[in-house]
Write a protein that binds this ligand. Sequence first.
Ligand code: ZN
Length: 280
Amino acid sequence: MPGSPAPPLYQIETLAPGVFAAIATGFESFCNAAVVDLGGLVILFDTGQTPRAGRFLKRAALTLTGRTPDLVVNSHGHFDHINGNAALADSAILLSSATAHREILARALELARAQSAPETITTSLREVRADLERRPNHPAAADWCLRAEYLAMLARNLPQLRVCPPHVTFGKRLLLRGRHLTAVLESHSNAHSASDTVLSLPDVGVALMGDLGFSGEHRPPVSQERAGRWREILSLLRRSGCEIFLPGHGPVTDRSGLDQMRAHLAHSSQRAGSTHVNER
Ligand SMILES: [Zn+2]
């Protein structure tokens, strides 16, 4: 409606003192993010699907902690977790695993290709909408709806999207020590993507899972090979001492949520056969 304020991109929830979840509420944000104040060091975990999401998170960090993020962690290299980097690249250090960094560089090429031929996106959008009109009761109609919304968002935002690769990379594990809290970053390979980083806060029993976590309606299909590895990682997290888990998509959950994810992965990999997760 003309003149009505834009809906908020995230809903903020406090998970522990100094630890705030930003739960995505629409396609411009799309993935969850988090602001963590370690004490003298403020981390933003993931930056959302658009520069606008990144700007929102930067402002949220300032409101919640009194400073803008010092460090931005990209959990992995999919567009919905990195496109907000553009709003932070000049004021914060961007960080990811070395493998995710390679993936993000590949995303830059992909984006350049899309920007040089934007009609491929509008054509795909027209095709998905036509499928929906022709077969509104098809079992995949809900997925087509999501795809149509995603493509519409992409077409709107394409000219201003810019991939900003991380400035600093790490291998398997990295510790960040603040005055109040310590963050443990651990990269896990070949589950959801080539590399997914979980940020754990042992002092307060919170884990930020990126897309190794999903809850609510977001249920990715996955190949059998990757599901096995993914389930092992979920078992490790279950035994990690953490009790509060922020997934990349869906509401905050607990250990029972991890059990549901494991069950979904077992079921989905049997159904999906060799279908790979292809979510960006
Ligand atoms: Zn995601």
